[in-house]
Design a protein around this ligand. Structure first.
Ligand SMILES: NC(=O)c1ccc[n+]([C@@H]2O[C@H](COP(=O)([O-])OP(=O)(O)OC[C@H]3O[C@@H](n4cnc5c(N)ncnc54)[C@H](OP(=O)(O)O)[C@@H]3O)[C@@H](O)[C@H]2O)c1
Length: 255
């Protein structure tokens, strides 16, 4: 990707030089790197998103509830936009000038006001509506496997979290924004990029996956035409290897 961008910028420069007929370095036409807003940037998956987006040459804006606290976790290498997914105006402000939005937000058990209905449904709906309004190229949402299973034990112990996540997904699908919805299995903290990953549809399988692998899937989906309008579950396998993202996304059915 970096190489493609380099050659893109190089040819733009060549055109400028050819048109002006001079050798001065008029690079003002060089394209800027795409800007990705990350909601949930301080979380486990969010941190992996931020660092891997930066490694792959994207500009990152972290949408966080408390920038001072976030700076301790993420440092000064990203832009910050303060806000809360329950307040759509703060999202609208955070999306100014952005190309993509990725969300790995999740409700918290410790704060009753930040519950699954308000965050996993209401917050995700706000993100999708704001992204549609801003004309973003794509919204990539981290949801969860099991969201279509109303009798899942997590619904009983966590305020119907999976039911609300499914309602959040439905809001994304209805919003009109180009989207990709990733439904990971149980999240583990382990290095990503080492294993073959399974993509599945129908919400009938389960398993686990490293948070960093989820982040790498979200990033691979950005700007990938084969990933648009698709919802899928993903799990890790024991098999080492590199994933062919285009092949994996292309094999999925559109919603
Ligand atoms: N745990 C699992 O096994 C599992 C399995 C499948 C799917 N998932 C889902 O995968 C996603 C990522 O999980 P994770 O464990 O990496 O996340 P996490 O560490 O719990 O991080 C959640 C993030 O959401 C942010 N957030 C919470 N409420 C917010 C609000 N009202 N406005 C703005 N930001 C808010 C938090 O920010 P603050 O720093 O401000 O709190 C934090 O950055 C979640 O949606 C989770 O439900 C989890």
């Amino acid at each position: 990707m970096k190489a493609q961008r380099f050659f893109g910028a190089f040819s733009a420069l060549f055109v400028v030089l050819a048109l002006t007929g001079c050798g001065s370095l008029a690079v003002s036409g060089a394209p800027a790197e795409p800007l990705v807003v990350v909601a949930g940037a301080t979380g486990g998956t969010g941190r992996a998103l931020v660092s891997n987006l930066q490694d792959q040459g994207y500009r990152v804006r972290a949408f966080v509830r408390d920038a001072d606290k976030a700076r301790v976790v993420l440092g000064d290498v990203v832009e910050y936009a303060e806000g809360d997914v329950r307040d759509i105006e703060t999202i609208v402000a955070a999306l100014k000038g952005a190309d993509y939005l990725v969300s790995s937000i999740g409700s918290s058990r410790s704060d009753p006001a930040n519950n699954p209905e308000a965050v996993d449904f209401g917050g995700v709906k706000n993100l999708a509506d704001a992204a549609a309004q801003a004309g973003l190229s794509q919204f990539v949402l981290v949801s969860s496997s099991g969201v279509t299973h109303d009798d899942h034990f997590l619904n009983k112990v966590m305020d119907n979290v999976l039911k609300w996540k499914f309602q959040g997904e439905e809001a994304v699908r209805a919003s009109g924004v180009p989207y990709t919805i990733v439904r990971p299995g149980g999240l583990v903290n382990a290095p990503g990029g080492n294993h073959q990953l399974t993509f599945a549809q129908g919400d009938t399988t389960s398993g686990t996956i490293a948070r960093e692998d989820v982040a790498l899937i979200c990033i691979a989906a950005l700007g990938n035409q084969f990933a648009l309008g698709k919802t899928f579950e993903t799990f890790s396998t024991e098999q080492p290897g590199v994933n062919n993202w285009d092949e994996k996304f292309a094999a999925l059915d559109a919603d």
